[in-house]
Design a protein around this ligand. Structure first.
Ligand code: CA
Length: 238
């Protein structure tokens, strides 16, 4: 698995889908294609994308039905959705936004506009897919540099531990359940066992400990029966 944000393109016109995929790839995104609503649902079930570009007019169920369903499901409700539509009437745009789309793009659109809008929805709804640094106390994670530091000293982490720590630091006051972590960090809570999370949390604590000592072990708390949480107190202590 790469660290590039992964975009699901739901579009039945192959030429448009391919054009979008090429532009996303050049901008550093991974993409997967689905030509109808069933294929789209299969992709989402298999692995959560970081954002979805969703055509309005599809064979079978229309995009708006998919958007409504994904917004109603706790597993998928936070995924940014950008509707692609040839419709320009205001009432249709409002219907798309009411169904839960974050934004819409009217066809034909320029690749530059598409990328700008993708970046904007990711920044708003999926900050883990952007490159902004996050910090709690003296522990800082910089996705652009792919680096974690404690008081400036570099902490070496494997790719999964890096993503796991990134996700935890983005909402440090929250308890993260194993199922949600599997979805957000591994992209799949269906086929991967929950104890996989425990294995990587253990490794993450060991990696942190090498540089941070005892604070490293305490940095991620286990909340019994619920999941894991960042120990803000331990990390912020002088
Ligand atoms: Ca279409």
């Amino acid at each position: 698995m790469t660290d590039s944000p992964r975009i699901l393109i739901v579009e039945d016109e192959a030429a448009i889908a391919e054009l979008i995929a090429v532009n996303l790839r050049h901008a550093g995104y991974d993409s997967v294609l689905a030509a109808d609503s069933r294929a789209a649902q299969r992709q989402v079930d298999a692995r959560l994308p970081d954002a979805i570009l969703l055509d309005w007019m599809l064979p079978g169920e229309p995009g708006i039905t998919l958007a409504r369903r994904w917004r109603a499901n706790p597993r998928t409700r936070d995924i940014p959705i950008l509707m692609l539509t040839a419709r320009v009437e205001e009432s249709d745009r409002v219907a798309g936004l009411d169904a839960g789309a974050d934004d819409y793009i009217v066809k034909p659109f320029s690749p530059k506009e598409l990328l700008a809008r993708v970046r904007a929805v990711l920044r708003r709804r999926a900050p883990h897919a952007t490159a902004e640094a996050v910090a709690v106390g003296a522990l800082m994670l910089d996705p652009a540099a792919h680096r974690v530091t404690w008081n400036g000293a570099v902490v070496k982490l494997g790719p999964t531990e890096f993503r796991l720590l990134h996700h935890l630091l983005l909402a440090p006051d929250r308890v993260h359940s194993r199922a949600v972590l599997l979805d957000k960090v591994w992209g799949d809570h269906v086929f991967i066992e929950e104890r996989t999370v425990d294995v990587h949390i253990k490794r993450l604590r060991e990696n942190l400990r090498e540089v941070m000592g005892e604070i490293g072990t305490a940095a991620i708390e286990t909340v019994r029966g619920e999941g894991y949480r960042v120990n803000i107190g331990a990390l912020s202590a002088p």
